[in-house]
Design a protein around this ligand. Structure first.
Ligand code: ASP
Length: 324
């Protein structure tokens, strides 16, 4: 009897503390790791979403940029972080390509993370320094082919979206270019603006304002259809590279083992952020939109990561691109 009572008391205490935890989270500032440099497109998406989620959760969410190696350095950091809801991770399509591209990864992209939800699918644009000689996409493709030994292509390292887009572009054109890797396309954009590097393929969340203010040249978009906010920009699909299509999906994660109540709280805050008029307007200005609510869920992101790993694996092994 005494033992039973003690057990019951212990159970109550345990249940009580779990309940209190669920009731009080979050009690302090949350850190959202972005695996690319500040000022780039993933960083821009993360900052908008973090601010709105923070309002909903009544706690600040700060961004920590851990760039390098196409996002894998940041991912490795999150995989080892405490699963207490105070470390989050906003990454993009690269999370699903890294397992095929890197010979050695210190983490498992599926089993070391708790998916929270998808965030947005961002189109990419082919851009160049302002004084790049080609006047349209047709001239761009023939100029790049004819000058393949001197044209430089900026990217954010193996496995980044800019690397993938470049890989697909070079394969479609049958041309290899010299690539210049950065810790993110924020710093790559600075060099494109300064004319130190020639061309890049990057998310509209980084390129739209520079294109609209005429500081860089834009040649094409990577989506199957043209963009509402830049309707004059042709698609690659209609410009001699039929079937060319890349959109950069972004997902939000926590480290594996983060309690389900916390993951659910975060998914709810993400869904609220994606309906926030300020987030929607800023996304629209940047050429993108939030995903539908049913995709901003742990189940949808878990299934998406698995499907994307399976989709990219044969494409990458056929291309024969690997990194150590
Ligand atoms: N757009 C970059 C990429 O190529 C990453 C970034 O800086 O956000 O993946």
């Amino acid at each position: 009897m005494k033992i039973t009572l003690m057990r019951a008391a212990a159970c109550l205490a345990l249940f009580g503390s779990a309940f209190a935890h669920a009731q009080t989270y979050p009690t302090k500032t949350i850190t959202m790791i972005v695996p690319f440099a500040a000022g780039g497109p993933t960083d821009t998406v993360a900052r908008l979403v973090a601010q709105s989620m923070g309002n909903k959760l009544k706690q600040q969410i700060i961004i920590e940029n851990v760039g390098g190696a196409g996002g894998t350095i940041g991912a490795a950091r999150v995989a080892k972080a405490a699963p207490d809801g105070y470390t989050l991770f906003l990454h993009h399509i690269g999370h699903s390509t890294a397992p095929s591209l890197y010979r050695k990864l210190s983490y498992n992209a599926q089993t070391d993370f708790e998916p929270i939800g998808l965030v947005t699918d961002v189109p990419m644009t082919i851009v160049a320094r302002k004084d790049f000689p080609a006047k349209d996409i047709k001239e761009f493709l023939s100029y790049v082919k004819a000058n393949k030994d001197k044209v430089t292509y900026a990217n954010a390292g193996v496995g980044s979206a800019s690397h993938l887009c470049g890989m697909l572009l070079m394969t479609a054109m049958g041309t290899d270019l010299t690539t210049v890797p950065y810790k993110g396309t924020g710093p790559a954009m600075n060099d494109l603006l300064g004319g130190q590097v020639d061309i890049m393929c990057d998310q509209t969340t980084n390129t739209t304002s520079q294109i609209k203010s005429g500081k860089i040249k834009a040649y094409a978009v990577t989506t199957k259809t043209r963009l509402a906010n830049m309707p004059d920009l042709p698609t690659l699909n209609e410009s001699g590279l039929p079937g060319f299509e890349v959109a950069v999906w972004h997902g939000l994660y926590a480290p594996k083992g983060t309690p389900k109540q916390i993951v659910d709280t975060l998914a709810g805050a993400l869904q609220t952020a994606l309906k926030d008029p300020n987030v929607k307007t800023r996304f629209a200005d940047l050429g993108t939109e939030p995903v539908a609510e049913k995709r901003a869920t742990p189940e949808a992101l878990r299934a998406h990561v698995k499907a994307e790993i399976e989709r990219w694996s044969p494409i990458i092994s056929k291309a024969g691109v690997y990194a150590d």
